[in-house]
Design a protein around this ligand. Sequence first.
Ligand SMILES: [Mg+2]
Length: 405
Amino acid sequence: MVLDPHNSFLAPILFSKNGSLAQQKERTFPKRKSLLLQQANSMEKSLFDFPIRKIIHLDMDAFYASVEQLDHPEWRGKPLVVGGNESRGVVAAASYEARKFGIHSAMSSALAAKKCANLIFAKPRFERYKEISSQIQEIFFEYTDLVEPLSLDEAFLDVSENKFDLDSAVLIATEIREKIKAKTGLNASAGISYNKFLAKIASDLNKPNGQAVILPEEAEAFLEKLPIGKFFGIGKVTAEKMRQVGIHCGKDLKEYSQQYLVKKFGKSGEQYFHIVRGIHLSPVQAHRERKSLSAENTFEKDLFLSHELEQQLELIYQELIRRLKKTGIQGRTLTLKIKYNDFSLQTRSKTLERFPDEVQIWQTAIELLHQDSLPKPVRLLGLGVSNFFEGEDSGGIAEQLPIPF
Ligand SMILES: [Mg+2]
């Protein structure tokens, strides 16, 4: 990109951590019109060839763990993880005190216990996390309807136009974080930028309880210095592959042509070429409604024996539970889908009075499997939940939760 000597591209990157409002005011976005500049002497697609949006990524700090510490004052300031402590358990979230011991989410509970002798294991309480999640969402919707939740504790907000006609996305983020603290007692961090990719990266910069802004004219310089592993959308495997060809930070990535990146990394190569230049056009997508959530599997050979079917159903059930937890979705209706070896399809459903827990989901799945005898060998089993909204405590959030990336 060719530099425009009149813009502040070379301004130092200053991130304010809990900065005063006066300090933050200086960091507000310039007026939208002035950003619709064309880089006339550049043949490349540049940053300013499209309208600049104001995007906030809000992310609760160590969410599940913080909720547990909030509700159990005796656990505050102590190393704690949310997750099972049995031999097969996995850490779902770790408090900042636990992270000092090198404990992080997705680590096995056994290893976590080894790293810290006094580690507190809290059982997950998804009902409670969902309750707080809806409170947070209500705050988001005070400002904009363009809210895209990524999970129970993270969301993108497009505040380019907002209900208070506020010019500064930085001030909106500050206000939202203050309101979250006042309403729930929990800390949130925020990233502010002109697209989702940069906002997501920015929210991590001053965690916990901080926020950061990446201005349009700072983006490319910032990304050049960013280690490749910190790029949102570049996973661990790809990052390793990039390091092998000498790509360690954004600057290295920029050296490669779009053609080369596509050849090396497939279709995503195109995306990598653009994001390192600060270009990411995916809009904030509100209200992606889900009607059901399910998991299914086609077997290598058709099955008929009930213990074999139960075994397979258990694997499908586990996948469904994983997806339900990931999305925070709950549904009262369980449906078992059975496809026979002649491709005929049968579904068996049961609607429960309340949202079932994991044990009830399993019991109902087994009940549906054995409800009638099976006339033919089975080619596929599927298990799904639906009926998200009629529960007394759906809190209006389920319908907005997409499957995370
Ligand atoms: Mg979080």
